[in-house]
Design a protein around this ligand. Structure first.
Ligand SMILES: [Zn+2]
Length: 332
């Protein structure tokens, strides 16, 4: 299971621009990418943000058996404060607008809510505004609104301020979390908040930094984020934070179909291979709310990935896929 993907973008060096491609292009490509994902062994995926709520339609098509795709849980469109984050998110300024944004996503058919805490975009910050306009109070409103409707809420947090806010907010999962500190991790353990580290993104970013010849400042930033991410994950493992695997394929430079790499990175950060597998199966199932999936047990749905070697000995065995079974049928 991959708890953090975006099928509306293919990843690569220009991943944000790809989200604004013409809608037919996004839609056709998303169908291809879900199949790529399925073939790589992803039988369930959480799509945590798409323009035009494309992920909701994709999830519906997958459920109806119209496309060869993982079982998809879709967040619809990201919810973010106006002036921060991407312009194609669902934007709000006031509390009522935030509540309405959440209700609109639920009404549109989202399976979960995704909010993005982020600093102001350059030039958009009003005088005397807080660093992160989507602050503690607004996030509390979002958590309350989502939970009251019986929906889980995932929160994008990728700078020190937003990591601190998200860790204390009682969200179901904190996405990225490169700047989580010891105190934040302690609260996450207490609140049973999952961390979805998405480490693949930084490795992919560094790859393209070299391949596309990015300016030095951008390369340096990718290196710093990679360092921060690895340190936070290592500390989270030690602190006993619940961790669910997510690649952020499409939402960063990371490509789809490479879930094995994320598991390898977890092991590089000190996780036992067994626990990396748990992060990608039963732990992910618990976060997503898939009680019929995630473990091999009599009576449960038979989503299975057969490998050519033992991943408990070498996690890289996740690359050696022989067969993928979905609901008991061989699909790849
Ligand atoms: Zn993402």
């Amino acid at each position: 299971m991959d708890c953090h993907v975006h099928y509306s973008s293919p990843g690569g060096p220009e991943w944000i621009a790809r989200f604004t491609d013409p809608l037919p292009e996004i839609s056709m490509r998303a169908i291809e990418l879900t199949e790529t994902s399925l073939r790589s062994g992803v039988t369930t995926a959480r799509d945590v943000g798409a323009p035009h709520g494309v992920s909701i339609r994709l999830a519906r098509a997958a459920r109806a058996g119209e496309i060869r795709a993982p079982n998809i849980r879709a967040a619809g469109t990201w919810i973010a404060h106006r002036g921060t984050y991407v312009s194609f998110a669902r934007l709000f300024e006031e509390t009522d607008e935030l509540r309405n944004a959440i209700k609109t996503e639920i009404e549109a058919g989202a399976d979960l809510i995704k909010v993005a805490l982020a600093g102001w975009n350059e030039g958009a910050r009003p005088q005397d505004a807080p660093d992160i306009p989507f602050d503690k109070k607004l996030l509390a409103v979002a958590v309350e609104e989502a939970h009251r409707a019986g929906f889980k809420i995932a929160c994008h947090a990728n700078d020190p301020t937003s990591c601190g806010i998200a860790a204390h907010a009682g969200v179901d999962s904190l996405e990225h979390g490169m700047f989580l500190e010891a105190g934040d991790l302690e609260v996450m353990v207490k609140n049973k908040t999952y961390l979805v580290p998405t480490m693949s993104v930084w490795d992919a970013m560094l790859y393209y930094a070299r391949a596309v010849d990015w300016p030095e400042t951008r390369k340096k930033r990718a290196e710093d984020l990679r360092q921060g991410s690895r340190a936070a994950v290592t500390a989270a493992i030690k602190a006993g934070v619940r961790i669910a695997l997510g690649t952020d394929a499409g939402g960063g430079a990371a490509r789809h179909g490479r879930i094995a790499r994320e598991a390898e990175l977890m092991v590089e950060c000190g996780m036992e291979p067994r626990h990396a597998l748990i992060a990608a199966t039963s732990s992910a199932a618990a976060l997503i709310g898939e009680s019929e999936r995630g473990t091999i047990e009599e009576g449960k749905i038979a989503d299975l990935v057969l490998l050519d070697a033992n991943p408990l000995e070498n996690i890289g065995a996740l690359r050696l896929i022989v067969d993928v079974f979905q609901e008991g049928r061989r699909v790849a």
